[in-house]
Design a protein around this ligand. Structure first.
Ligand code: SF4
Length: 107
């Protein structure tokens, strides 16, 4: 589509949300976005070190392309679906009670 993805990254923010209202959560989204754009993430983490932690992952174009190529087989009908390799993902999955490949079983 012509977007420049050379500086693309993923910001994973862990935030203690207990007790926060929806409005306060939205303020955090704005606060984090502003600091990401301005380059002041470290200062934000230092100021709120007991409440939040941010992980910045850089974009790996070849890894992303490889992942898409691997996954496309399912969508084009070239292969059967495969199970997740993570028990944690299956535990959180809404289909774990009916999925025959689920790695998580309700005790
Ligand atoms: S329960 Fe099934 S659909 Fe859900 S993540 Fe696990 S393997 Fe995938």
């Amino acid at each position: 589509m012509g977007f420049d993805c050379s500086r693309l990254g993923l910001a994973l923010v862990r935030l203690k949300t207990e007790g926060l209202s929806e409005e306060e959560r939205m303020l955090w989204v704005e606060r984090v976005s502003e600091h990401l754009q301005a380059g002041g993430v470290e200062e934000l983490e230092a100021r709120y070190k007991d409440a939040m932690k941010m992980h910045i992952l850089s974009h790996d174009k070849s890894a992303a392309e490889g992942s898409v190529m691997e996954k496309r087989g399912y969508w084009t009908g070239e292969r059967e679906p495969t199970s997740s390799t993570s028990v944690g993902k299956c535990r959180a999955c809404e289909y774990n009670s009916v999925c025959p490949m689920s790695l998580f079983r309700v005790p």
